[in-house]
Design a protein around this ligand. Structure first.
Ligand SMILES: [Zn+2]
Length: 237
């Protein structure tokens, strides 16, 4: 029966390890809240950058300049109308005027669409900037919350881990060797009760000699199939 106490400690350790996992996940979850917001911040900044580039690529200024040049050209051509002397010159001038007029109209309508496009892009940038301001505020608020939650989880985690360490120190060394081996194979469930005539975890049938050795705690036994440490039914969780 020298192992009874050690087995009791193992049961407590297994339950503490579950708590440890829950606390570690909660801690990661807290940091995840911030990093999710920071990702949105980065993607919004990138979006603003790409929208600004789209505006530059519209080349509105140079198109406006080109339109001015065409308009001036048109004025100059019109001024020549009174100076032409023969029909050939009249026809040539009319042709130039017509061609220039067409270029003007086409560039004007292109510019009109570009300006509409620019307005929509500027609006999107404006919306994103105000979204970022809100996001920045949220990050600051949540950071304070995350810090206070994390501090609490860390304290709880430390106390669970300290308890595990002190329980391990109390276990018989034979038990520890087998527990370590079982933990390597089954990190979440290194222990198993006997259920009827079987190992509760792997459900394989155990022979009666092994079963009575476990129930009497005359030795530390492991399941020959799954290698978990077998616990007597008298040892309750
Ligand atoms: Zn088993």
């Amino acid at each position: 029966m020298i192992y009874r106490e050690s087995l009791g400690h193992l049961v407590e350790i297994q339950s503490l390890k579950k708590q440890e996992t829950v606390l570690q996940e909660a801690l990661e979850g807290e940091f995840g809240r911030i990093s999710a917001l920071e990702k949105r911040q980065t993607s919004s900044l990138l979006e603003i950058e790409s929208l600004s580039k789209e505006i530059i690529d519209l080349k509105i200024k140079s198109k406006e300049h080109a339109l001015d040049t065409l308009t001036n050209e048109q004025t100059k051509l019109k001024a020549k109308e009174s100076m032409v002397t023969n029909e050939k010159e009249v026809l040539a001038l009319e042709k130039s005027l017509k061609e220039n007029q067409e270029k003007c109209l086409s560039l004007e309508s292109e510019l009109f669409l570009d300006l509409e496009n620019e307005e929509a892009l500027l609006q999107k940038i404006k919306d994103l900037k105000s979204f970022l301001i809100g996001l920045e505020n949220s990050i600051q608020e949540i950071s304070a919350e995350v810090q206070s939650h994390s501090a609490k989880y860390k304290i709880d985690l430390e106390s669970v881990q300290n308890r595990i360490t002190s329980l391990l120190a109390l276990c018989h060394k034979d038990v520890l060797v087998l527990f370590e081996r079982a933990q390597k194979k089954h990190p979440k469930s290194p222990l198993s009760y006997i259920n009827g005539t079987s190992c509760k975890e792997c459900r394989m049938v155990l022979n009666s000699v092994l079963k009575s050795s476990v129930e009497n705690i005359s030795a530390i036994e492991t399941c020959p199939y799954c290698e978990r440490i077998l616990l007597p039914t008298t040892l309750n969780y």
